[in-house]
Design a protein around this ligand. Structure first.
Ligand code: 3HC
Length: 693
């Protein structure tokens, strides 16, 4: 027996225990071990029932992603699964933790299933650009019906043990110890002489064309641009068109094809990159994170409230400090309203809401932050105001209390100076809405203590965020790259592109929305303020493209006033705004600009290559330690489509020589100020390399 699967016997009951840390993926050794276990079980007439269980924190969490794209060693997963399914005596899967992908498929191929009550089940394959390839799309509908199957295999959403039991995907929920409960189940089956049973012997549920049509429509919207969800949906249909065994073969072939495709390659890169960014390469090995038992948030505007919510929702006490009683009451009212509506929608219990609210202490006094371990500052985005707050915080808090600013672009070094405790100061830049958005851009300044860096990276994880570390620069990673896209967007409009056409091209590329729709959503006043703060270093051309200032001067601030680049109805549905056309025409006339047609390809290249070029600068300056930090930040902060792998991975796939050649053309047309290629890009392109080694 191999080291990853041990086979033991106790009377008529055998147990195959998979032990392949960290998540018991079906690596070659596990697949071989499963095949061997079934053979041993079959060969011993004394044995009546086989239990399949896993050691460690979870049942099998899927196929081994690290083996994808490499030659198959030993039996493949479908062969191991066929052995389990075809066993002549009953096999019970005893599952716990996260039963995902190939792991779920292994469980479904077993004849009976018992689960620990906290188990979660799902098919995350679509998130990796592929589809279940070992029977998931064929056994699930036979056990749970079409609606549940479509939901599970096309969205990657997980269900809990209760839902799995109700849907017929498992037979029992264990009370008490899982191993003991599985043994009792096996003893029962052995005593009753119950035989094996195979999901493949069940008929497919009745076909439902409308359900498939609805799913296609809704996936085209919710998983826009992604190929895998629709493939997964079509794979379910194999069950109607072919006998079970043939449907399995075809499903496997579809999965293999998807694995070889560009989207899966990109999404697997993202999976690995998201884990890589948690590791900070230059932190001393012996550094330990500081303990964070309670947090303070100062400034209770939209960002501050969202941060308070994120912290309390993670079960951590938080002191919420506002300007005065009125501000605090307004902020708390807004928080209660938002959580209240979550309760109304049935997504949170009233008890949970009460627990979260009880974790928030209201205050108007900085002195109340004297006992917290971390303060996150979220006051007005103005350097002088923030410096004042940091000076106060330096005095009001204990030495060792981490002082973090939520600024999206201001210089953290200046706040460090103001605090008098530079080693404790860092940035923690949340994205709006802070309680929802997954990205947390942590910022390390020159003098930030390594222990502070370790603490804020850990803390991000504790509150359910994906933390990426950035160095200090204007806009950090995401906003610095975004500012280049915005600038190029204004130039495109000056040259003749209609904002709606630009937005359409950008959405077509895979972003959730284009730059102009985003400007309207965020507020044109916010954008105007950011432009103003950078005006001193802006070029005449940037200053001339003053569309945002023009709209703000008219009182048109975007969605919140019902008018901006677009007009909005009371449900915030956007329509064409004739005033925008008039503004662009008048602007062209005033400045003697000639307008031209700009194609979709040029639009995308101008907007996205501008970001890639800036990304290369960020990388060579060391603001981001690795290309992964940039890709992960841009996907999760700006909605850069994950299935491209992020801006730098995407550029690598195109070829940096081609990207550079286009940038050189834009430089000819628009000048050095905007299109000087980053030295790193030139160097890598000339060497025939990518951003990734
Ligand atoms: N294969 C290989 N390694 C895996 C893996 C997998 N399926 N799943 C997780 N890992 C690795 C991670 O890379 C990480 O390694 P690292 O420490 O070197 O970075 C380690 O396991 C721990 O993972 P997490 O940091 O993600 O740990 P969490 O506790 O936060 O999450 C998890 C655990 C929920 C299991 C999460 O890892 C996860 O969602 N994994 C992916 C599961 C998945 O996508 N399964 C489907 C695979 S495709 C498939 O099965 C195809 C089939 O249909 C044929």
């Amino acid at each position: 027996m191999n080291a990853m699967v041990t086979f033991t016997k106790q009377g008529p009951i055998a147990e195959a225990l998979v032990d392949n840390p960290p998540v018991n993926a079906t690596s070659a050794g596990v697949r071989q071990g499963l095949v061997d276990a079934v053979r041993q079980f079959e060969a011993d007439p004394e044995l009546k029932v086989l239990i399949l269980r896993c050691a460690g924190r979870t049942f099998i969490a899927g196929a081994d992603i690290k083996e994808f794209g490499k030659p198959m060693v030993g039996p493949n997963l479908t062969e191991a699964i066929a052995m389990l399914d075809g066993a002549s005596k009953p096999v019970i899967a005893a599952v716990h933790g996260t039963v995902l992908g190939g792991g779920f498929e292994v469980a479904l191929a077993c004849h009976y299933r018992i689960a620990d009550p906290a188990t979660r089940f799902g098919f995350p394959e679509v998130k990796l650009g592929l589809l279940p390839g070992a029977g998931g799309t064929q056994r699930t509908p036979r056990l749970a019906g079409l609606a549940t199957t479509i939901e599970l295999v096309t969205t990657g959403k997980q269900i809990n043990a209760k839902k799995a039991l109700e849907s017929g995907l498992i037979d029992r929920i264990a009370e008490g110890d899982l191993a003991a409960a599985a043994h009792a189940y096996a003893t029962e089956l052995a005593a009753a002489g119950t035989g094996p049973r195979s999901a493949g012997d069940l008929p497919m549920p009745e076909d439902d064309a409308a359900l498939f049509a609805d799913a296609r429509k809704s996936l085209a919207r919710s998983m826009r641009g992604q190929t895998a969800p629709l493939l997964a949906l079509e794979a379910i249909r194999l069950g109607y068109d072919y006998p079970f065994a043939e449907a399995l073969e075809r499903e496997y072939a579809m999965c293999k094809e998807a694995i070889a495709g560009p989207q899966s390659k990109a999404l697997r890169h993202v999976f690995a990159a998201e884990r890589e960014v948690a590791r900070i390469p230059d932190l001393p090995a012996d550094v330990t994170a500081r303990e964070v038992k309670s947090v303070g948030v100062i400034g209770l505007g939209v960002m501050g409230r969202g941060i308070v919510m994120a912290i309390a929702a993670a079960g951590i006490p938080v002191v919420a400090v506002g300007l005065d009683d009125e501000h605090v009451a307004k902020a708390m009212g807004a928080i209660e309203k938002m959580w209240g509506s979550t309760v109304k929608k049935g997504r949170m219990s009233q008890e949970q809401l009460d627990r979260q609210l009880a974790l928030i202490t209201r205050s108007t006094n900085v002195a109340d932050l004297g006992s917290v371990d971390l303060v996150i500052e979220a006051v007005t985005e103005d350097l002088a105001t923030k410096e004042k707050v940091f000076a106060e915080l330096g005095k009001a808090t204990r030495p060792g209390t981490i002082l973090a600013s939520n600024t999206s672009f201001l210089n953290i070094e200046k706040l460090a100076d103001a605090s008098g405790r530079a080693e404790d100061v860092c940035g923690m830049h949340f994205f709006n809405p802070a309680n929802v958005m997954r990205l947390l851009e942590n910022v390390r300044a020159e003098r930030t203590d390594p222990a502070v860096v370790a603490t804020i990276m850990d803390f991000g994880k504790r509150i359910g965020k994906l933390s990426v570390l950035s160095g200090v620069c204007d806009g950090f990673i995401v906003n610095r790259m975004l500012s280049k896209r915005s600038r190029e967007g204004f130039f495109l409009v000056e040259e003749g592109a209609a904002p709606s056409v630009v937005d359409k091209a950008v959405s077509g590329f895979g972003f959730p929305m284009g730059p102009f729709a985003l400007g309207d959503l965020a507020g044109l006043d916010v954008q105007a303020a950011a432009r103003k703060s950078r005006a001193a270093s802006a070029s005449p051309r940037e200053l001339r493209a003053d569309f945002v200032e023009q709209m703000v001067a008219q009182g048109n601030l975007g969605q919140k006033t019902g008018s901006g680049w677009y007009t909005y109805d009371e449900n915030r549905k956007a329509s064409h705004n004739p005033a925008t056309d008039a503004m662009i025409a008048a602007h062209a006339e005033k400045h003697g600009l000639s307008l031209r047609e700009i194609g979709e390809q040029e639009t995308i290249e101008r907007l996205v290559y501008a970001m890639v070029n800036e990304g290369a600068k960020i990388l060579s300056e060391g603001v981001a330690a690795r290309p992964q930090d940039i890709d992960v930040a841009m996907i999760n902060g700006l909605g850069f489509p994950a299935y491209t792998g992020g801006p730098l991975f995407w550029a690598d796939q195109i070829g940096l020589d081609k990207v550079l050649a286009r940038i050189e053309e834009f430089r000819e047309q628009h000048g050095d100020a905007y299109w000087t290629p980053a030295p790193l890009l030139v160097e890598r392109a000339k060497a025939g390399q990518g951003f990734y080694a």
